[in-house]
Ligand binder design. Structure first.
Ligand code: MOS
Length: 739
């Protein structure tokens, strides 16, 4: 037996050394000869039009090579957005007209020999506007809410199951409340950056992107050139969380600029520009009505509300999607509306929909538990969905009961006195709260190629992205185990459209999708080698039946004769082949699935509240998760820690604030937009329950990037209620709301 399996081990990430030594190259760090620097000019008004833009003074500055505005930009071809299966983040093309839709909109770009010259010149461009009063407050514009035209995660905007009104009317206990989550920003450490270079009609772009092939498709479409003429490279991403999942206008601007000046152009967004031009999580206002019998059976769930979008795009934060499937109630109504505001287009941000949605629904469930005087875990167990109530089909796997049990035990839930404001530590109020976490299993088509070399080493390729999740490490683990070779002999190459086609690193889908392609490619290559050996009279495997074959330790064994074997290298040498190369297309049928597939988890928070200042500290955070097979125990744990950290930020700190008079974001910086720092984050303890899912994909992994944030804000808010007796339904839970 091979005792040396890689899958499941907490293997250090293969790029760890490159990252900590600074050797890892990010998209703003590509050393190209003759490079120029682009600085974007941003609109200072939020609504109206440009009356005049005067670049004459700026153009005369030393070092300035070109200034591009709507007056001299090339006309571009539109690219479909996500709702039309396209890669663009917005349906609006940059620098095409004088219209202004939001503050910070790109209105021009200065290209100069140095960053300093470009920055200085950008300040000297004079812009005259015709400004109108911007609409930036969702609450004020609510009466103008519209029905979304497109679907909300494969669903119409209004979904009804059973008879929710009757279910509510017949309920013995009702909870009906409104919950609000603010606009939030991703704030990855690495700001978006694009380095673009043209050679004739061939474009190479080094871009901070979660989707190399999407960027390629968008640029080929925009410039009307074949996709083969565009190469996109992204070796490393310094965080993304969704804001780099589709193609934003600055990528196009960098390519326009490089074409105009005939030299490589580097364009890096500032932190301020990160707040206005690459998406955000939309504000939500959600009404949840729950009806239940006195013994805690839900008779109905109603979940309705609004989120905002831009004036020119439709992006729906799908907060009701969880309500369709999380609890087994016969009567359910979900409905979403959109309010158009003078803001940039919102986008996917770690578990879009599930994150604000679980805040509302799981807070309401906690309120219902108190109304019923029932333990919140018990309420959830009484409404446990043994099958998917939405599609009426079995789950491919579900370990949520085990997750509740494990997490409750680890945090010591049995020691909790359910009475609010009953637990103290000195003068501090102590509270414990819980919530359910969930995220669907998404799978996107992916291709991988494998090369097994004569020296026994293995190279696996797929043009996926390394966004810090450990993709390169985990993929090598999958390949190593199929072949039975040591992990160290496998190298996974990614981050380039010159490699086999890979999908967006989004929807927590990379491990399952690209992993299945890797698994498939390695299997094909292995079968090919075996075939060569079995047909070769000089091989000890000659004519051995396949049922008598085992793959271990980089060798192919005859099971009935344990000393008869040969290595992949032996086979290749005898055949005089330098290597063998095979590829595999992983395809997934999302339409006709016999099962529904979700990850589930239980999130438990313990908080300490200062009754005099209203300060909330999360003192412990424990979660248990059923995510299928865990490929790398270390990077999986890191993903959950990251998700929970972001969830604590959402619960306690994060809120983007817009000045309604000017439509400008007033905290577009890391000093005033508070992301959690180390001092805010306790020891986070993730536990993975053993879960085998034979139905989902080739490797049994459900994906792990997003589930960790879902349920966190509700768990913290529920803990704050338990500590203080104050129910905060409006995030973030800042001290003023508790005093
Ligand atoms: Mo994620 S929000 O699917 O990049």
């Amino acid at each position: 037996m091979n005792t040396n399996k890689a899958v499941g081990k907490p293997i250090d990430r293969v790029d760890g050394r490159l990252k900590v030594t600074g050797a890892a190259r990010y998209s703003a760090e590509i050393p190209l000869e003759n490079i120029t620097h682009a600085v974007i000019i941003s609109s200072t008004i939020a609504r109206g039009r440009i009356k005049n833009i005067d670049t004459s003074t700026a153009e005369k500055l030393p070092g300035v090579i070109s200034i591009i505005t709507y007056k001299n930009a090339p006309k571009l071809k539109p690219v479909p957005t996500f709702s039309a299966n396209g890669p663009a983040a917005e349906n609006r093309l940059p620098l095409q007209n004088a219209e202004i839709h939001h503050s910070g909109q790109h209105i021009g770009v200065v290209i100069a020999d140095t960053l300093e010259h470009a920055k200085h010149a950008a300040t000297l461009v004079r812009v005259e506007y015709e400004a109108q009063r911007p609409l930036t407050e969702m609450a004020r514009e609510r009466n103008k809410a519209v029905v979304p035209k497109g679907k909300i995660s494969e669903k119409p905007p209004d979904v009804v199951r059973g008879n929710p009104n009757q279910g509510l009317a017949q309920a013995q206990v009702r909870v009906e409340q409104t919950y609000r989550t603010p606009e939030e920003h991703h704030n990855p450490m690495e700001t978006h950056a694009t380095t673009a270079v043209w050679q004739g009609n061939r474009l190479t772009v080094y871009d901070a992107t979660q989707y190399n092939f999407g960027t390629r498709q968008a640029l080929a479409t925009t410039f009307a050139i074949p996709e083969d003429n565009v190469r996109v490279v992204c070796q490393f991403i310094g965080g993304a969380f969704g804001c780099k999942g589709s193609v934003w206008p600055h990528v196009t601007i960098a390519a326009i600029a490089a074409q105009k000046v005939g030299r490589p152009v580097k364009l890096v967004l500032t932190r301020q520009q990160m707040f206005t031009t690459v998406g955000h999580r939309a504000e939500t206002e959600q009404k949840v009505a729950l009806g239940a019998t006195r013994d805690g059976r839900l008779t109905a769930i109603q979940h309705t509300g609004t989120s905002h979008t831009s004036t020119f795009d439709e992006f729906v934060e799908p907060f009701t999607v969880i309500t369709h499937m999380l609890y087994a109630t016969p009567n359910m109504q979900a409905s979403q509306r959109l309010v158009k505001l003078n803001k940039g287009t919102p986008t996917f941000m770690r578990a879009p929909g599930e994150t604000p949605g679980t805040f509302a629904l799981e807070s309401a469930m906690d309120e219902m538990a108190y109304a019923l005087k029932l333990d919140p875990i018990e309420l959830r167990l009484r409404n446990y969905a043994e099958t998917d109530p939405d599609h009426n089909r079995p789950w491919s796997s579900k370990s949520l009961k085990e997750c509740y049990r494990v997490a409750a035990e680890k945090i010591g839930w049995s020691r909790r006195n359910p009475q609010p404001r009953s637990m103290r530590d000195g003068r501090y109020l102590i509270g414990m709260g819980m919530a359910t976490a969930t995220y669907p299993v998404y799978l996107f088509g992916a291709t991988a190629k494998v090369r097994i070399l004569q020296d026994g080493s293995v190279v696996v390729q797929s043009g996926s992205q390394e966004m810090g999740t450990g993709t390169a490490t985990a993929m090598a683990q999958v390949a190593a185990d199929v072949l039975g070779v040591p992990f160290e002999r496998v190298r996974f190459e990614l981050g380039d459209t010159a490699l086999p086609k890979a999908p967006v690193s989004g929807g927590s889908a990379t491990m399952g999708s690209v992993g299945t392609a890797v698994h498939g490619a390695v299997k094909v290559a292995q079968a090919k080698l075996l075939e060569l050996a079995r047909a070769d009279s000089k091989s000890p495997l000659y004519n051995v039946p396949e049922t008598d074959i085992a793959f271990e330790d980089g060798q192919i064994f005859v099971k009935s004769k344990a000393n008869k074997s040969e290595t992949y290298a032996d086979i290749l040498k005898r055949q005089n082949l330098p290597h063998i190369e095979e590829s595999f297309d992983a395809k997934f049928d999302s339409e006709n699935k016999p099962h529904s597939s979700h990850s589930f988890g239980a999130q438990f928070a313990e908080v300490r509240v200062d009754p005099d200042t209203g300060e909330v500290r999360v003192t412990r955070f424990i979660g248990a998760y059923g995510v299928g097979k865990v490929i790398n125990a270390k990077t999986a744990r890191s993903q959950i820690i990251g998700g929970v950290t972001m969830g604590i930020g959402m619960a306690l700190h994060e809120e983007t604030i817009t000045d309604a008079r000017t439509g400008r974001i007033i905290n577009a910086n890391l000093g005033e937009y508070h992301v959690p720092v180390n001092a805010d984050i306790p020891a986070i303890e993730p536990y993975f329950v053993d879960e085998i899912d034979p139905h989902i994909n080739g490797i049994g992994a459900k994906g792990i990037g997003e589930i960790g944030i879902t349920g966190v804000a509700a768990a913290v808010a529920n803990a704050v209620y338990h500590a203080t007796g104050k129910r905060i339904r409006d995030l973030p839970i800042t001290p003023d709301k508790l005093l």
